[in-house]
Design a protein around this ligand. Structure first.
Ligand SMILES: [Zn+2]
Ligand SMILES: [Zn+2]
Length: 445
């Protein structure tokens, strides 16, 4: 029978779809009183009404009992209470209450706000990412330029050197060829003269038999040949068969910018418990405290020493031989650091350092320390300072692996800094060495 009419209730009340609450409400509305069912009951035709409405309707009828909606007639006034529909009505009533709606509104507002703020958050993140992308691209381009110009300097050096060597070869070859050419010409002239002599002598000999020979004809008795002044051919060859690449590399090494600086320790700064080698390139700890001249530049609390060469512009690189010393600090220090007190070595106090303790614990002198995972134990440490970029970097100079880099380097004049530290009792004492590497390539100035 007609079970699909608008208040059939149990036929289409799955209210959480998009069709939703409005339709559900209609389905649960009594078509007699136009209100939500009160005590809903179902007739044999499956139509629902309020118990009271259908009872009142039936009482008003004169003839047979029928459904007010589909007009189906029934033998008696029978209906069935529908608890399922009653439950649904209660639910719709509850979700239509003011409190419920307010709560719902609040919930919606909350989730709207949270979605908005998440969106803002993501947009900020996008902006940050884009800025970072931009920074990376700019830095990459600047680095590319720098790499390009560094390589170009090397290419240029090699091209100039090649041209110089080739030109020199050309010149020396020409000198030899010219000299040989002159020698050849002299020899040809001499041969011609000798041939003339031969003719003269032969003619004279031919006349001897027929007549009286008066005298020996005159001829050039000894054509002169200049001694050849060709440069030594062997020397010429040896010069260009020399280990040319190495010869050029040595020259190139001296033109490196920055190449390893031939630093020396500054005697005025050295702590009295330390001893410098006569050439000022090695520092040792000393068992007795040396008598010393008072000097504001001298470290008197910590066993430190600076190099004599400081800088506040440009790029500088030097190498320190640490060997198997189990303990040291090195890096750069501001010229203004207080030499009379004991301070932590960190940029805030004017020090940018790398340190080793216990022969294996490497750390960067940050506040607090930054422990560094150094697996192989470098025998030489390279220190690079770029004053303009304010960068102080440390390398394992054995393989030029980067160990740590400060990006907040000194703003004012700074000096290479060293502390050989004091060894534990019974430990063998090793020096810190300033490397002039390769030792004989760099002329000190
Ligand atoms: Zn009703
Ligand atoms: Zn009906």
């Amino acid at each position: 029978m007609a079970s699909s009419s608008r208040n059939s209730g149990n036929s289409r009340n799955s209210g959480n779809s998009g069709v939703s609450k409005a339709t559900l409400r209609e389905d649960l509305t009594c078509c007699i009183c136009y209100e939500l069912f009160t005590e809903p009951v179902m007739l044999g035709c499956m139509h629902h009404f309020c118990k009271r409405c259908i009872s009142t309707y039936w009482r008003s009828l004169r003839g047979p009992v029928s459904c007010p909606q589909c007009r189906q007639e029934f033998p008696n006034k029978h209906f069935q209470t529908n608890y399922l529909v009653a439950g649904l009505v209660e639910k719709v009533k509850a979700t239509s209450s003011n409190g419920y709606l307010k709560n719902l509104q609040r919930q919606l507002k909350n989730s709207l706000d949270s979605q908005k703020s998440r969106k803002e958050e993501f947009i900020t993140m996008i902006r940050k990412d884009e800025e970072q992308m931009d920074t990376i691209r700019k830095a990459g381009a600047a680095l590319r330029d720098r790499i390009h110009s560094d390589f170009q300097a090397l290419h240029h050096f090699l091209q100039v050197e090649e041209a110089v060597v080739l030109e020199q070869l050309q010149r020396e070859q020409e000198v030899m060829e010219q000299s040989l050419q002159r020698h050849l010409e002299d020899l040809h002239t001499a041969v011609r003269e000798l041939e003339e002599n031969l003719n003269t002598i032969q003619q004279a000999a031919g006349t001897i038999s027929g007549s009286l020979m008066v005298e020996v004809p005159e001829f050039n008795s000894r054509p002169q040949i200049q001694a050849m002044t060709i440069p030594d051919f062997d020397e010429f060859c040896s010069k260009y068969i020399a280990p040319l690449q190495y010869t050029v590399w040595r020259k190139m090494f001296q033109s490196l910018k920055p190449g390893p600086l031939p630093l020396t320790f500054d005697d005025d700064t050295v702590h009295p418990s330390l001893l410098l080698s006569p050439d000022q390139t090695q520092v040792f700890e000393n068992v007795v405290i040396q008598p010393y001249q008072h000097n504001p530049k001298r470290f008197v609390q910590c066993v430190n020493v600076l190099a004599a060469q400081g800088f506040q512009t440009g790029r500088h690189y030097w190498e320190v031989g640490v060997g198997i010393k189990p303990k040291w600090d090195l890096g750069v220090a501001l010229e203004t650091v207080d030499r009379q007190t004991r301070v932590k070595l960190c940029p805030e106090n004017g020090y940018w350092t790398l340190r080793l303790r216990n022969g294996r614990d490497y750390s960067a002198g940050t506040q607090p320390w930054t422990s560094l995972p150094v697996t192989s134990r470098p025998q030489r440490i390279g220190v690079f300072v770029d004053c303009e970029e304010r960068r102080v970097s440390f390398y394992s100079a054995d393989d030029m692996r980067l160990l740590y880099s400060f990006s907040n380097g000194p703003r004012a004049k700074a000096f290479p800094f060293f502390s050989p530290c004091l060894s534990e009792p019974g430990q063998k004492v090793h020096p810190l060495r300033l490397l002039h590497f390769p030792s004989n390539l760099i002329t000190e100035n």
